[in-house]
Design a protein around this ligand. Structure first.
Ligand SMILES: *[C@@H]1O[C@H](CO)[C@@H](O)[C@H](O)[C@H]1NC(C)=O
Ligand SMILES: *[C@@H]1O[C@H](CO)[C@@H](O)[C@H](O)[C@H]1NC(C)=O
Ligand SMILES: *[C@@H]1O[C@H](CO)[C@@H](O)[C@H](O)[C@H]1NC(C)=O
Length: 300
């Protein structure tokens, strides 16, 4: 090799070494999971978290709010979101950003965390499984047991009563078509979360939600728990009754972009996924197809 060539080759090696040292080590992004009502992290949900972690290679934890099953019923969602916010800020492993998977009611905790939590690390991808995002039009059914019976009885009495709103979590997202003025006046959670009150819309909530990289909305085709099941996609009944069902794109929340859903959709960041099965009964193949990819990297 001539001297010139040797020098060139040496230069090439140096440049290559410098460039290689600049390639960041690809680190997996951690995720947290929020369970639904009547559930707890120590049960099958912990197992599901472990499965997602195994399949994605990312570390994940089921984030418990309070004492699990009882608090999922009796701690108001506003408080649950505050607990989630505090816990996330204490978890050092999330400080560079993280992904979220949430089940059913846990989605309203997750969105409260995303929208309301000040000085929190960024959320990249958010996978929602059967989330009652636009509300539910009927008191949630529950299996059986004393907790169920108390909560159900109280909500049937008067769901928009202050005492019920302060003590029964799901009362915070019951939205009965035809009772809109009562709902907007007395519901203590969903109207704020969805920026529904015209004079109280907060653009910070919208900006935070719109900063997600991917929003995956999974609806269960045979869902008998969420009425209507389309609430998982932000679809809902019109304000005045049950006669028709508005698609996501026909709702005012979407058209007027109260929380940034349209912004995200226009940017191609919303995945509307429909899977077979009843509420939260997701097949393994659908987990692999629609959940795991969003836990592998922050941008897709
Ligand atoms: C936990 O997950 C494994 C693997 O997916 C499954 O075989 C098992 O039945 C699950 N156990 C419970 C209690 O859900
Ligand atoms: C996850 O992987 C670990 C280690 O291979 C295994 O012991 C465990 O059963 C797996 N859990 C699930 C739920 O897949
Ligand atoms: C909107 O929400 C942010 C974040 O919680 C808060 O700092 C701000 O004061 C709110 N703005 C209004 C007008 O309420």
């Amino acid at each position: 090799m001539s001297n010139i060539l040797r020098r060139r080759f040496g230069f090439f090696l140096t440049v290559t070494a410098v460039l290689l040292s600049m390639v960041p080590v690809i680190k997996s992004i951690p995720f947290i999971l929020f369970h639904g009502i009547g559930d707890k992290c120590s049960g099958g949900v912990g197992n599901f978290t472990q499965l997602l972690s195994n399949l994605s290679g990312s570390s994940g934890s089921c984030l418990e709010i309070g004492n699990g099953e009882p608090d999922s019923w009796f701690m108001p969602l506003k408080e649950q979101a505050i607990v989630a916010c505090e816990k996330v800020k204490e978890m050092k492993e999330l400080s560079q950003g993280y992904n979220i998977v949430a089940q059913s009611q846990g989605n309203l905790v997750a969105r409260g965390l995303i929208e309301f939590c000040d000085n929190a690390p960024p959320v990249f991808n958010y996978v929602s499984l059967g989330g009652p995002h636009a509300g539910i039009a009927a008191i949630p059914k529950c299996a059986s047991g004393p907790i169920c019976d108390i909560a159900e009885a109280m909500m049937k009495l008067e769901v928009y009563n202050d005492f019920v709103q302060d003590h029964i979590a799901p009362s915070g997202f019951v939205k009965i078509p035809g009772e809109m003025s009562k709902y907007l006046k007395h519901s203590k959670y969903l109207p704020k979360l969805n920026n529904e009150r015209p004079d109280e819309r907060n653009s910070t909530f919208k900006d935070r939600f719109a900063s997600l990289h991917n929003l995956v909305l999974v609806m269960f085709e045979d869902d008998t728990t969420l009425i209507p099941k389309e609430t998982s996609w932000f679809g809902y009944y019109p304000d005045d009754g049950f006669d028709i069902l508005l698609s996501t794109q026909q709702t005012k929340l979407y058209i007027e972009d109260w929380i940034g859903l349209k912004t995200l959709d226009d940017a191609g960041k919303v995945k509307y996924v429909s899977v077979s099965g009843d509420h939260l009964n997701i097949a393994y193949e659908d987990v692999v197809k629609y959940v795991v990819p969003y836990l592998i990297q922050s941008h897709l």
